[in-house]
Design a protein around this ligand. Structure first.
Ligand SMILES: Nc1ncnc2c1ncn2[C@@H]1O[C@H](COP(=O)(O)OP(=O)(O)OP(=O)(O)O)[C@@H](O)[C@H]1O
Ligand SMILES: [Mg+2]
Length: 300
């Protein structure tokens, strides 16, 4: 169900049923909810391998006391039960992510990368363990609190875009204005991903790469504290992909937003402050990079 609200010079829509980051009740509440402070600018971390072990990991401490920890996972599991069989999409995952960090998650297909991202974004609930965001344990949140958490703090570029087919690119991005305060102008966000000329097209009238860029513009426009991207360059050519990486790096470096990007492309590890490798539902390693490359230097 959509609600359309016309005000001079702008169109706003709410997709109450389909957008995982939104519900009507929470929207009302979220206006009143205090927005969180932007992160502080901090020095780079030294190179340090924090964890290098298969599947089961121990709690990982932040390596710099002066960095502000935004996210902590402690022994997080996601278990699926089918008949008599139990399957762990994620098992005993522990990690720490600081505010303003650019994190790349690497791993083969089926490793648990999207599962990890969905748990980070409060789009899925853990079967065990604890997930803290800014000191609050998401695993204790009820549905309303979790919806408010997503609406206020999380922007997502989904692996399969999740655009609303009945809305144009502009309208898909403009949705964010109804979810939280402090969003970017949709036109600016679309222009930043090279879609100024295509903003009035519907998803069905756009190429896969254009749809992916619309999804990226939507997440950037929200200007969230935590930006989660699942294979954000999967459908893009090298130049467009590099531009998207540059925008994501800008979010982290200049706006001090925390960016977590899932990818199969190990070359992207070079631009990350932290690289998390996932395999068979376990965290294999967490490596901090002292001198991440500029996105413009990445070749693939
Ligand atoms: N709802 C579900 N029910 C059962 N198993 C699931 C469910 N969701 C995910 N899984 C399983 O959990 C494992 C991890 O899935 P996930 O989507 O996290 O993988 P991924 O690393 O993102 O893979 P890809 O790179 O292909 O996107 C897979 O084996 C998948 O089949
Ligand atoms: Mg995935």
């Amino acid at each position: 169900m959509f609600r359309k609200k016309n005000t001079p010079g702008e169109i706003e829509f709410i997709d109450i049923e389909n957008d995982p980051t939104l519900d009507k009740k929470t929207k009302k509440k979220s206006k009143a909810k205090k927005s969180m402070e932007p992160a502080k600018t901090e020095a780079k971390k030294p190179v340090k391998i924090v964890a290098e072990k298969p599947a089961k990991t121990e709690s990982v401490e932040p390596i710099n006391e002066d960095k502000q920890v935004l996210i902590e996972f402690k022994d997080v599991c996601k278990k699926y039960v089918q008949g008599d069989n139990e399957f762990y999409a994620l098992k005993d995952a522990s990690l720490t992510i600081n505010e303003g960090e650019m994190v790349v998650i690497l791993g083969p297909s089926g490793a648990g990368k999207s599962t990890l991202l969905n748990l980070l974004g409060g789009m899925d609930s853990a079967s065990g363990g604890h997930i803290w965001f800014d000191g609050e344990d998401l695993t204790t949140f009820n549905d309303n609190k979790l919806t408010a958490y997503r609406a206020q703090n999380v922007g997502v570029v989904f692996q399969f875009y999740n655009l609303i087919p009945t809305l144009t690119a502009y309208e898909n991005v403009a949705l964010m204005k109804d979810i939280k305060d402090g969003t970017t102008d949709p036109k600016e966000a679309l222009a930043a991903v090279g879609l100024a000329e295509h903003m009035h097209q519907f998803p069905s009238q756009m190429s896969g790469g254009e749809q992916q860029r619309t999804s990226i513009a939507r997440a950037l426009a929200k200007n969230p504290r935590l930006l989660l991207c699942d294979e954000p360059t999967g459908a893009l050519d090298t130049d467009t992909g590099r531009e998207v990486l540059r925008l994501l790096q800008l979010m982290s470096r200049e706006k001090k937003r925390t960016v977590v990007m899932v990818t199969h492309n190990s070359l992207f590890a070079d631009i990350a402050d932290t690289v998390i490798r996932v395999k068979n539902g376990g965290i294999k390693s967490i490596v901090h990079n002292e001198t991440p490359k500029d996105a413009s230097e990445v070749q693939w």
